[in-house]
Design a binder for this molecule. Structure first.
Ligand SMILES: *Cc1c(COP(=O)(O)O)cnc(C)c1O
Length: 477
């Protein structure tokens, strides 16, 4: 048994081999040296573990090719595009909503040039960054005033801190939800300094429960949309109208955290339970909060609309400054909101709405087109077919709702379940990474969340994944 450790090349020799790689030539030397050292360390680990067990693995061209691949993959940007074949439209881990083209252009424009971000072009004086979207938000929702912050979590925190700090906020027990990513209503309430008063039972809360809990220290009546779960059976929640009636009578503001704010009427397509922002405002709620990048399909933002007296108070809260949105978000949000002025335009142009409302027939054709392309490129290596499936809206919206779709299924022609798992793992390290799911012994690709112009990339990523060694280490790009 030769001493394999001694066969590893010295760092300088390894660096010399990399000099011939045009893409790596421009890389800073110290960085390249660090990566080569990291690769050599990895090899030492592999020798210890017995993964590298023969001389050939160390002296051959394969070794240097592996090193080049390693260095190349490590020097790629860390944050990059992926192909979402999961069919989950608002996939929080994969970046939630995609922006409409006009919103992308607006962001580019705002980044490349100076702008009137906080400059009033009419008066020549200092302006407010919120003025760019406030009027649009009021028009779309019917509210008197509006404000936008970093995300909906901060919107909720800011509203509670402003309206109920040191005093009591009444919430139904059925609405003390955890949204994921550690956003829990009781915790946010505690951080805001407001005192949570739970009322009702887990499954049923009546108007009289709120009524009985009101005292001179009550600052706010809060309703929270349960977003990512549903209670069914013997349940009752107090409606927005009922709560507003109590609030008016007792002179206490009513706030509603909608989570996923929806401007587009999805009810004709059979979507229940996701209330429209317009309707909630019309019901008389004083303050309404929702996300910019859930069903709305815009950038990450927390939108607050409602009565002027409350919104003004929230705007003046010094914490607001710590949660303010940047100009890119503002540009994207204004462009997205403009599309909602014409619902047909919104449906066509806003990817989130277009994907949610995609017709089953259209998706079937899309799946067939993708399957044809994959068969042309990869038949012999993969068994490729289509079958009916379901997609999800995601983002905690419409959790009970199956969206009918047609998925493309792919399966390695040999190797069984292990080969399938390996394929799935390798696809994550392909370029671009391809994310899908395994169901009933096949890897599924849902065309709902793929654009036609991405099909070519899907095929390329699958080819790369099939080329990779079992450990995902082969060269691919
Ligand atoms: C998603 C959600 C939030 C948090 O919104 P982010 O935009 O993710 O910060 C808060 N409340 C409810 C009810 C939600 O569904």
């Amino acid at each position: 048994m030769p001493n394999l450790f001694r066969l590893l090349p010295p760092v300088d020799q390894a660096l010399h081999r990399l000099a011939g790689e045009p893409e790596l030539a421009a890389m800073p030397r110290p960085l390249l040296r660090d990566l080569v050292n990291k690769f050599l360390d990895l090899c030492r680990e592999e020798i210890k573990a017995g993964v590298i067990a023969s001389e050939e693995q160390l002296v051959s061209d394969t070794f240097f090719r592996r090193m080049t691949c390693f260095v190349r993959s490590q020097s790629r940007p860390h944050f990059r595009r992926v192909l979402n074949a999961t069919g989950v439209v608002i996939h929080t881990n994969l970046g939630r909503s995609l922006l409409a083209e006009s919103a992308i252009e607006a962001v580019t424009e705002a980044c490349r040039n100076y702008s009137n971000l906080e400059f009033n072009l009419d008066t020549g004086k200092r302006g407010s960054r919120y003025s760019h979207v406030e009027e649009l938000l009021c028009r779309l929702t019917g509210a008197e005033a509006a404000l936008v912050v970093n995300n909906n979590a901060s919107a909720v925190l800011l509203c509670l801190e402003t309206l109920a700090k040191g005093r009591e906020t009444i919430v139904s027990r059925g609405q003390l939800v955890e949204i994921g990513g550690s956003f829990r209503i009781p915790d946010v309430m505690a951080r805001s300094g407001s005192i949570l008063v739970e009322v009702g039972a887990t499954n049923r809360t009546h108007p009289r429960d709120y009524e009985n809990a009101i005292n001179e220290n009550t600052a706010l009546l809060l309703r929270v949309h349960t977003s990512n779960y549903r209670m069914i059976g013997f349940t009752r929640e107090t409606t927005a109208e009922e709560l507003v009636e109590i609030g008016r009578r007792r002179n206490i503001p009513v706030m509603e955290d909608l989570g996923s704010g929806c401007f587009f009427d999805l009810r004709p397509m059979g979507f229940q339970f996701e209330p429209m922002v317009q309707d909630v405002v019309a019901s008389g709620a004083d303050v309404v909060t929702f996300s910019g990048d859930k069903v709305l399909g815009g950038p990450q933002a927390g939108i607050i609309v409602g009565r002027r007296e409350y919104i003004e108070k929230i705007k003046r809260n010094p914490i607001n400054r710590a949660m303010r949105i940047d100009k890119m978000t503002l540009a994207a949000l204004e462009a997205t909101l403009r599309l909602y002025l014409d619902p047909e335009l919104a449906r066509r142009e806003i990817p989130t709405i277009a994907m949610i409302t995609a017709e089953p027939d259209e998706l079937k054709k899309k799946a067939q087109a993708l399957a044809r392309l994959l068969k042309r490129d990869l038949s012999g290596r993969l068994d490729i077919a289509t079958r009916p499936g379901v997609s999800r809206v995601g983002g905690g919206s419409f959790p009970e709702r199956d969206l009918p779709t047609t998925v493309v299924t792919v399966k390695p022609t040999s190797g069984g379940a292990q080969a399938l798992e390996t394929l799935k793992d390798n696809l994550r390290t392909a370029e671009p990474p391809l994310i899908g799911y395994i169901e009933e012994d096949a890897f599924c690709l849902d065309p709902r969340t793929l654009r036609n112009d991405e099909f070519r990339l899907v095929s390329a990523s699958l080819a790369q994944a099939l080329d990779m060694a079992g450990d995902g280490s082969a060269c691919h790009n």
